[in-house]
Design a protein around this ligand. Structure first.
Ligand SMILES: Cc1cc2nc3c(=O)[nH]c(=O)nc-3n(C[C@H](O)[C@H](O)[C@H](O)COP(=O)(O)OP(=O)(O)OC[C@H]3O[C@@H](n4cnc5c(N)ncnc54)[C@H](O)[C@@H]3O)c2cc1C
Length: 300
């Protein structure tokens, strides 16, 4: 079986993650359709390649030695379709649609999901995998509240199966119960009423807040550690005097201590060492184990 033209060998993954670090993918597939996605899986199976999934790479740390086998990035399978049904707004989002695309539709209807989606990077499937959300007490504030169903491509059968959101086990920055497989489409739902006439102003305020508090113009992956509730990782790291501390090309942001930023030429190992240093310091000072929200890809 010849290699399909949407699969390329030896591709640098630096441009495929927001930390801009990491090595090569043995092979990178950028399928344009679900049919091409299925072809990618069939090709990988034929050559016994492991498959690793990538959305927008805004929550992953990719090893400097890269990722063995086939990396499949779904960003080209995108598009959002909206409809009204039984008093609800329903959005059918292909996996690679950006959260901003869904936000625009909710905003057009002046509905509150637009507010929590503001400033959330990454694509819709990544939002479901991570149960992405915001810390502020908003309704809604996490993906689990707006998701109706998820279409999952099962790697064994290459069939697409619909999993209802109620059958998914959602928790803080994780979702379980839809695996194994690849999320290809997500159904979002929200009541058409009430409208929020002031939503545009609230979005502007939330954006100003993010710009003030987060280093959004520098390469990062957002919050690195989960909050060990009721504590906040950022407060613990700042309290340990680690703001601005750096290892190689990776630095604890001076704006937000739960963000690690990178400079050009930084290595994934710099980020990894810094993460381990922070964990050691917080464990010694507070006997608290900080766990990463970021997903490690490759052989760490
Ligand atoms: C500046 C900045 C701010 C951020 N702020 C927030 C925030 O406020 N709240 C928040 O929750 N997150 C935040 N994040 C983290 C990140 O944006 C979210 O977790 C996002 O939902 C990840 O989506 P992604 O498409 O980038 O996924 P990726 O990082 O590409 O992947 C995440 C995981 O999902 C898997 N995956 C990806 N696509 C699929 C698929 N189709 N099927 C199955 N598995 C798949 C990957 O293998 C990986 O394990 C921030 C990141 C940045 C850079």
């Amino acid at each position: 079986m010849d290699m399909p033209n949407f699969i390329q060998p030896n591709v640098s993954l630096k441009q495929y993650n927001t930390w801009k670090v990491g090595g090569l993918a043995d092979f990178l597939a950028l399928p344009n359709t679900v049919e091409e996605l299925k072809e990618s899986i069939t090709w990988a199976k034929k050559y016994n390649h492991n498959i690793t999934l990538l959305g927008d790479g805004s929550n992953v740390l990719i090893h400097d030695d890269g990722i063995k086998g086939l990396v499949v990035c779904l960003k080209k399978i995108n598009g959002v379709e909206a409809s009204e049904s039984d008093g609800n707004l329903k959005l059918e989002c292909w996996a690679g649609s950006s959260k901003a695309e869904a936000l625009k539709v909710f905003l057009k209807y002046k509905l509150s999901p637009a507010l929590f989606l503001t400033g959330l990077p990454g694509n819709i499937a990544g939002g479901v995998v991570m149960n992405a959300g915001v810390g502020e007490q908003r309704v809604p504030r996490e993906f689990c509240e707006i998701t109706e169903w998820v279409d999952v491509l099962r790697p064994d059968t290459l069939e697409v199966e619909r999993v209802q959101a109620t059958d998914i086990d959602w928790s803080y920055r994780t979702s379980k119960g839809w695996q194994p497989g690849i999320i290809v489409k997500v159904g979002l739902i929200w009541p058409l009423a009430p409208e929020h006439p002031e939503i545009m102003n609230e979005i502007k305020k939330a954006t100003r807040n993010r710009i003030m508090k987060q280093p959004i113009n520098q390469p990062s992956c957002g919050s690195v550690f989960r909050n060990p509730k009721p504590e906040s990782s950022g407060a613990l790291i700042e309290g340990a005097g680690l703001k601005g501390f750096s290892i190689g090309g990776a630095q604890v942001s001076t704006k937000h201590a739960n963000f690690i930023i990178t400079e050009p030429g930084a290595k994934a190992s710099d980020v990894d060492l810094l993460i381990k240093h922070i964990q050691k310091m917080i464990s010694e000072k507070h006997s608290i184990n900080l766990h990463t929200e970021v997903v490690y890809l490759g052989s760490f």
